[in-house]
Ligand binder design. Structure first.
Ligand code: NAD
Length: 467
């Protein structure tokens, strides 16, 4: 379904932003200061880590953990093939099918932390178990499947005080650092808007054909907290992203990587965001499958000025800013980059690996001096070093990984509030400080309740940990 009124409102923001850059105020600079990497003692023991979900992204995470110096002491996967391929790489690791048994065995395994690399709907439960047990947690993006889970995970992380990290590994790159420095140093002037886009889509999960689950898969454990619905052909691996019950569509899949950069560069923490009006237009509203495409916008309040507009476009939907400037400059900005910051003096284009300032005269100007952000030792290494320091009694270590849940939960909630706005078919206001929607949850029965024993309640978590 196409939502013309919403879309009209959404696009009506564009000409004003393009045609008449005004001297709007500068977005606040990020509060995050460069963190000195923890110094490891040469004889310090490696962090002992378990990985839950070993294939797909989990295989990369396994390599990254080993490369960063972790001892991977346990592997858990509901797919026998994934367990086997993980075991071939780390023969010494204990092997589990049920993540609950793994968490129960945490003391026997002498675990320091758990890395979760499962489908979105099973991110929160093992992450919550780890935090409740006082372990460090690394969880793939998006941090959670729902906003309610995001709130609960942040509360558990605060209570645990253990090092956390969301799996937005692009955050550790040099290119993102240079863009943040340039934006905060005023290279394009105060920023009035930022568009992000991705040319891919996870479209349109449907309830059939239903078939028997593959013999190598423990489907009941794969479902975890989700309802006992029949197995849909080819949903595992990867295609669960097309279904609201298990994934978060294209925005949920890619938004945490792309929107991470403006969130960082523009200092969008909870206090800076406040109550944000969120709109999203989608090609269809379906309670089962995610849309073919989404356009979303977040209007970030600025005192006494027009809001700063953050926008998202996926699966062929195009940023009007990129289209208009591309036509003028005869450059395929949309194909080459994934985001554009619009400032009062010009534009900064970026993707994971490069950036470009336009117009060229502005690019040639000397850049204002700005504090240099220290290089990352590596995204996984940030987390492992924080675990080392935390084990040595450093109480500041928990928050040291740059994508610790205290910060990354904000990005997670930006992304998830966009998916909610798309399903609600109306503008919604999400209060990032109170962590609730103004006027209550916009969609009734947004997600079915977790299956018995799989909720994030203290009693369900404790039943697993002490069972
Ligand atoms: N950071 C990145 O760049 C990046 C890239 C790809 C995927 N991801 C994220 O990683 C996660 C996994 O994505 P994927 O593409 O690897 O999916 P996938 O379906 O290919 O793999 C998931 C793995 O987890 C296992 N698994 C599923 N449920 C489990 C459970 N309850 N307990 C233990 N193991 C379980 C599966 O058997 C499979 O081996 C997603 O959240 C995704 O968003 C991140």
């Amino acid at each position: 379904m196409r939502l013309d009124p919403t879309r009209r409102d959404f696009l009506s923001l564009v000409p004003a932003l393009l045609a008449a850059p005004t001297l709007l105020g500068c977005a606040s600079t990020a509060e995050r200061k460069p963190q000195a990497a923890a110094v490891l003692k040469p004889d310090a023991p490696l962090a002992r880590v378990a990985i839950i979900g070993c294939a797909g992204r989990g295989a990369d995470n396994l390599g990254d953990l080993l490369g960063a110096g972790a001892a991977v002491v346990a592997l858990c996967d509901v797919d026998a093939n994934a367990r086997e391929s993980g075991s071939k790489r780390v023969a010494s690791a204990a092997v589990y099918t049920d993540l609950r048994q793994l968490l129960r065995d945490r003391k026997k395994l002498k675990l320091d932390g758990v890395l979760v690399s499962t489908p979105d709907h099973t991110h929160a439960f093992p992450t919550a178990l780890a935090l409740r047990a006082g372990l460090a947690a690394y969880c793939e993006k998006p941090l959670t499947h729902t906003l309610e889970e995001s709130r609960r995970i942040l509360d558990l992380a605060r209570a645990a005080g253990t090092p956390t990290q969301m799996g937005t590994q692009i955050h550790a790159t040099e290119n993102y650092r240079r863009v943040v420095e340039l934006i905060q140093g005023g290279a394009i002037g105060p920023v009035t808007s930022c568009d992000c886009w991705v040319n891919k889509g996870w479209c349109c999960g449907a309830t059939g054909p239903v078939t028997e689950p593959p013999k190598n898969l423990d489907y009941d454990l794969w479902l975890g907290p989700a309802q006992e619905d029949p197995y849909i052909a080819n949903i595992h691996p990867a295609n669960w992203r097309k279904y609201w019950d298990y994934g978060t569509g294209t925005l949920g899949d890619m938004g945490c990587h792309m929107l991470d950069l403006p969130v960082w560069a523009l200092g969008l923490d909870r206090a800076r965001l406040g109550a944000v009006e969120v709109r999203a237009t989608v090609d269809r509203v379906d309670s089962v499958g995610c849309p073919e495409w989404t356009e979303a916008s977040w209007a970030i309040p600025q005192k006494g000025r027009d809001p700063m507009i953050l926008r998202w476009f996926d699966n062929g939907r195009k940023s009007p800013t990129a289209e208009e400037l591309g036509a003028k400059d005869k450059v395929d900005y949309h194909g080459r980059f994934n985001m554009v910051f619009q400032g009062t003096k010009g534009w900064l284009w970026a993707n994971y690996g490069e950036f470009l300032i336009t117009p060229s005269a502005l690019a040639a100007e000397p850049k204002p001096a700005h504090e240099t952000i220290a290089p990352s030792p590596g995204h996984h290494r940030e987390w492992l070093e924080a675990i080392q320091a935390w084990r040595a009694g450093d109480s500041t270590a928990a928050d040291r990984p740059l994508c610790a849940f205290g910060r990354s939960s904000v990005l997670n909630e930006i992304v998830l509030s966009g998916t909610v706005a798309g399903r609600a078919q109306r503008a919604v206001t999400y209060d990032f400080q109170k962590r609730v929607f103004a006027g209550g949850t916009p969609i009734a029965h947004w997600h079915p309740a977790a299956r018995a024993g799989w909720s994030l309640s203290d009693s369900d978590l404790d039943a697993v940990l002490h069972g």
